[in-house]
Design a protein around this ligand. Sequence first.
Ligand code: ADP
Length: 267
Amino acid sequence: VEAQLRQSQKMEAIGQLTGGIAHDFNNLLQVVIGSLEGLQRRVGSLGQTGQGADMTRFVENALRGADRAANLTRRLLAFSRRQTLDAKPTDITKLVAGMSDLLRRTLGEAISIEAVNAAELWRVSVDANQLESALLNLAVNARDAMPGGGKLTIETANCMLDESYVTRFDGLDAGPYVMIAVSDTGTGMSKEVLERAMEPFFTTKEVGHGTGLGLSQVYGFVKQSGGHVRIYSELTQGTTVKLFLPRLAGDAAVDERPDHRPVPASR
Ligand code: ADP
């Protein structure tokens, strides 16, 4: 319990720091991008030969760099829970089903996909685009952890998180949550990697293969949505990432019974 608390305090501190930097940096970057776009329009009128062509190229390069920097700051803002979310009542079962083609293409031939759906999943209020990005990030990680093939499982369930579970995590309320669990049969993570996996820029992948911003997007988005992320992983056995999103407040209850209660003990 203490380790989990320390962990969330650490994430909190990193979030404060990166969020502050990303926010100010992003404002400055918008000035740079705006000016470059103005320059681009002027340069366009110089024609596309000689000096005109040179200047066009310089401005294009600068804009490309600035766009990448803006993308990076967006992801840091997501981690630090400062992005603008467009939360709407969402049917997670439909959302996951709608991603099946994308997941199929992302995972390739050697990985099978299984969906285990709760019969009547509670609705949540969530930014559907961000949730799709989060699930895609998890799928990409699962794929990378199963280079020789394997199985990806996406399970959804209604969960009641009770006091004994939530007191382990500060800032989480007891109550009804929808759980989405993404499991793989891949390499798993060592304890050291698991402890740092959600930190921004933490990656064990080769340069050019990982940014270390996948799980931090997942973490920031879920936290900002009032939810919780839990990762279970065992070396050579595989990894399960569980997202808990609070049930839509005041939603007409179809069936009050939760499917199951998560087992908080780390495997
Ligand atoms: P990236 O994928 O760019 O490295 P992430 O933040 O998504 O960044 O993941 C950070 C690290 O956590 C990965 O480099 C990897 O070591 C570990 N990791 C994440 N997901 C998994 C998984 N499903 N199986 C094994 N290791 C994982």
